[in-house]
Design a protein around this ligand. Structure first.
Ligand code: IVH
Length: 681
């Protein structure tokens, strides 16, 4: 290396070290030593030197947080171990019951708890891999996704300043860590960043985000890393994994280790021994809630010792060794300025309270559903009344009561439920025994509009860009008469719409094209059949495997599906009994929309099969694998014999594998087991 270059390399490395130290001080410890301007000056110096010596740029340089965009959306990737959720508790009694159960199951093992804040963000998993210098480098970052498979949002996670891009060999060594490991935690958007972002969106005429969590989630899925970088997301770490196994030292020590590695760990945490101490921590957390600067929606309690955690194990979806205590809803008082009517995709008329905007728990609330005429009558609500509005973590704001006191005088205007549809003017009817009024016009434009919007939603066919403004224009220009017509839209037609250019038109056509492969479950959801939500749609798709099989199913066959009772089967039968809905299916088929799904083998079909697990499986713990086999009717045994049907072998499988080979028993890996469980053997 030439002298000049050698010199540049040294200066670059010194600057990087200095910048990393300041990033850590600022973004992790919240204790900056230099002003923003001084920091920027250092960064500019580094960028200058790197521009002069591009061959010296490394991906873990602090200048490289904002990198290239992922070319074609986010790839999916499997988690090293499923990312589970937590069971909830809402009262001291429920916590006490949990504590009792934990102690019962733990037997003689130690039971202590770590209390942490429940950050209202989204969980992510970040993988670190060895670099050439004995340290670790950020290798990839995944969203939780469905818990098994997440989206690879590495480019965006790199822009979060509290996430180290690299961890030096010294630090690793001091912390006693290998070069390969995984960190899990929560990404949140601080209240201030949320406020600034929404102000800017308002200036640009964009719709505001409803709350910091949604905007953090939206931000992480943005395909433009420079935007993500501006949004100032924060990452709080809470888990450390090695080879898909939790760090063996226990939760409290894990948090210490994460701190030592340079991660931001939420400072509000405590070791507690009893429900009483848990409640004290919870009361404190609730008292500090408004002044934290980021949203929390409860407290998470985790059994501290790793060994005890392992003894306690997991239920279907959540660990038995942890629980989320959820805060109760927060409320505000505001005035009902008006009651408007929304017509849904099934023709149902929903009254909505148009409120004087009020800030409740980090969100501005300006509308709240009033459900139906009976609900309004039950409240005794008049227009101009003041009402108490409650908002839980996830829950849509709801009006809970009319306030009537000196400061909040009653309103005067009675609300009369309309006799005609506000969208098409047709008569509205309320069927015997039903709470809702419905528009009788099967061609009501509101229904079509809502159906289109529903069809495009992320959880349904996931057609990005099919928002209200577009749908409105498609209807006005009579370009679509049913959701199937979406598939006939051309770039030229869309480019002619307001606020559309060739590029956005092409993007929307691509999105629509892509949705053809969304699969049967999502198409079923897309129909918007009453009572058929995501889970039911998935179960139906798995059971019937094709739209034709579903259409020709009898009530009895439908009701064989878990969760489907007479009410749902009736709704499905009625839906497909209508000529226009069967035509819709035909049109979707002609458009090339995939309406098939992999059929699930009945669980009983694993009955009679005996499995033996050996070695370490890549994603499942032995307990999890055992439970899945048993849930599917199989038997998990401890030793291999001639009666064993399959040996499921992971890494470092030992004598059981040898025995299996000796006896000629089939040996499969985790993937093979998953295939069997999914009925694809
Ligand atoms: S532990 C199996 N700790 O809450 C492990 N989760 O309701 C579950 N969350 O999906 C995660 N703060 O997104 C854990 N200190 C904390 C948390 C936390 C927020 C979120 C996380 C999880 C959800 C479960």
């Amino acid at each position: 290396m030439s002298g000049a270059k050698d010199n540049a390399q040294k200066r670059i490395e010194a600057l990087r070290a200095e910048l990393r130290r300041h990033e850590h001080l600022y973004y992790v410890l919240d204790a900056p030593e230099v002003s923003d301007a001084e920091f920027d000056a250092l960064m500019n110096k580094l960028k200058e030197l790197e521009a002069e010596h591009p061959e010296l740029v490394t991906p873990d340089s602090p200048s490289q947080r904002v990198g290239g965009k992922p070319a074609d959306g986010f790839k999916k990737a499997q988690h090293s171990r499923p990312m589970l959720s937590l069971d909830n508790a809402y009262s001291a009694d429920e916590l006490a019951a949990w504590e009792r159960r934990v102690r019962e199951l733990a037997g003689s093992l130690p039971v202590e708890f770590t209390a942490e804040l429940k950050l209202d963000g989204l969980s992510i998993a970040i993988q670190y891999a060895p670099d050439e210098k004995g340290g670790a480098r950020l290798a990839s970052g995944l969203t939780r996704g469905d818990g098994q498979i997440g989206e690879d949002v590495t480019t965006n996670i790199r822009t979060i300043r509290s996430v180290p891009l690299s961890i030096g060999a010294d630090r690793l060594k001091k912390a006693g860590m290998p070069q390969t490991f995984e960190v899990r935690g929560e990404v949140v958007m601080p209240a201030e960043a949320f406020r600034l972002m929404n102000e800017e969106r308002e200036r640009e005429g964009l719709p505001a985000f409803v709350n910091p969590r949604n905007s953090a989630a939206g931000t992480l899925r943005t395909l433009e890393p420079s935007i993500v970088a501006q949004r100032r997301l924060v990452f709080f770490a809470y888990f450390l994994l090695e080879n898909g196994e939790y760090f063996a030292a226990g939760q409290s020590a894990t948090l210490d280790k994460l701190t030592a590695l340079g991660f931001r760990v939420n400072p509000h945490r405590e070791r507690v021994q009893s429900t009483e101490q848990m409640m004290k921590f919870i009361d404190n957390a609730e008292a500090q809630r408004e002044s934290l600067g980021y949203e929390i929606d409860g407290v998470v309690l985790k059994v501290d010792a790793h060994q005890t955690q392992q003894r306690l194990g997991y239920t279907g979806k959540a660990p038995r060794w942890a629980i989320a205590y959820k805060f109760t809803a927060r409320a505000g008082i505001t005035k009902v300025n008006e009651i408007s009517i929304q017509v849904g995709r099934t023709g149902k008329l929903t009254p909505v309270a148009e409120l004087e905007p009020v800030f409740i728990g980090g969100t501005t609330v300006s509308r709240a559903t009033l459900h139906n005429a009976d609900f309004i009558a039950g409240l005794g609500l008049k227009i101009g009344d003041w009402v108490k509005v409650e908002r839980g973590g996830d829950v849509i704001p709801k009006v809970v009561e009319v306030v009537d006191d000196k400061e909040h005088p009653r309103g005067h205007k009675n609300f009369a439920f309309p006799t005609h549809c506000p969208e098409c003017g047709s008569e509205v009817v309320r069927a015997e025994g039903e709470a809702d009024y419905r528009c009788v016009n099967a061609d009501c434009p509101a229904m079509l509009r809502e159906s289109l919007l529903h069809f495009g939603r992320r959880e349904v066919m996931n057609i990005e860009g099919l928002g209200e403004a577009v749908v409105q224009q498609l209807l006005e220009k009579k370009l679509v008469r049913s959701v199937a017509d979406l598939y006939t839209l051309t770039v030229d037609q869309l480019a002619a719409l307001d606020r559309f250019a060739e590029k956005s038109a092409t993007a929307l056509v691509d999105q629509i094209e892509k949705s053809k492969k969304a699969g049967l479950a999502r198409v079923i959801m897309g129909f918007g059949i009453r009572f058929v939500g995501e889970r039911t749609a998935e179960l139906l798709a798995e059971e019937f495997g094709s739209i034709d099989a579903l259409i020709s199913a009898s009530a009895e066959e439908l009701e064989r599906v878990e969760e489907v009772g007479p009410r749902i089967s009736q709704a499905i039968l009625e839906f497909f009994a209508q000529e226009k809905n069967r035509t819709l299916v035909d049109h979707l088929r002609e458009a090339g929309v995939d309406m098939t799904a992999e059929k699930k083998v009945r669980t009983a079909q694993l009955a009679g099969l005996t499995f033996v697990l050996t070695g370490t499986l890549p994603t499942l713990s032995r307990d999890e694998a055992k439970r899945m086999i048993e849930a599917a009717g199989g038997k998990a045994s401890g030793s291999v014999s001639k009666k064993t049907n399959y040996v499921v072998a992971g890494e470092e499988a030992g004598s059981k594998l040898d025995k299996a080979r000796e006896l000629g028993v089939s040996v499969i890996d985790e993937a093979g087991l998953m295939q069997l469980l999914n009925g694809n053997a």
